[in-house]
Ligand binder design. Structure first.
Ligand SMILES: Cc1cc2nc3c(=O)[nH]c(=O)nc-3n(C[C@H](O)[C@H](O)[C@H](O)COP(=O)(O)O)c2cc1C
Length: 178
């Protein structure tokens, strides 16, 4: 089982479009997968008690128990917001870290995909996320997919850039073997 984590809660995100393309490829290759779209997070998870196990929001606990704890491999789809990865993704990582810490990310594997309107495809944000995931014990797949200029590559909810689609499919296939 692979969890595909959509690293934003923005409505109609392009990250979700990329996540859907990743899911399609994984399924074509016979891999079981599931999408965790951070749109599903309740706003109420953000409160000052969230840093204790007892204060963890029920909805966060449920997502953690399905998409994080029992899963060994993750694919993060990460848009560039203000030169880094979105704050909602860090908030989610912090929110799950207060319970069952060791079974969340330690000893697991992740493949990172970055996208941005700009020219670097969130290269810097993927470095920041790599530091965070390394800190919690996750090994990062050495190949990363950068999708710069994303606005002209997604049309009506589809990735319509053949070269990037080929790269996406090739890297997903390689991550399955990683
Ligand atoms: C809050 C916010 C900050 C952004 N900051 C950047 C940025 O620093 N660099 C960039 O190239 N694009 C930036 N963008 C544009 C996004 O990279 C672009 O809209 C991309 O489609 C976002 O992914 P999403 O559709 O999954 O939200 C920003 C967008 C938002 C909403």
């Amino acid at each position: 089982m692979i969890s595909i984590i959509i690293g934003t809660n923005r409505i109609d995100s392009k990250s979700r479009t990329i996540g859907d393309a990743v899911k399609k490829r994984l399924e074509q290759q016979g891999e079981e997968c599931q999408i965790l779209d951070l749109r599903g997070l309740p706003g109420a998870l953000l409160h000052s008690e969230m840093y204790t196990e007892a204060g963890q929001h029920n909805a966060v606990a449920q997502l953690q128990d399905v998409y994080i704890s029992p899963v060994e491999k993750f694919i993060f789809i990460v848009p560039e917001y203000n030169g880094s990865f979105p704050g909602i993704l860090k908030l989610f990582l912090d929110a799950v870290s207060v319970r069952n810490y060791k079974s969340n990310f330690s000893g697991k594997k992740a493949f990172l995909i970055g996208l941005a309107s700009g020219r670097l495809g969130n290269a810097v944000g993927l470095e920041h996320l790599t530091s965070v995931l390394n800190y919690v014990g996750t090994s990062i797949f050495p190949r990363r997919l950068y999708l710069p200029g994303i606005d002209s590559k997604v049309t009506e909810g589809e990735l319509t850039h053949p070269a990037d689609m080929d790269k996406l499919n090739n890297m997903v296939d390689a991550f399955i073997k990683y």
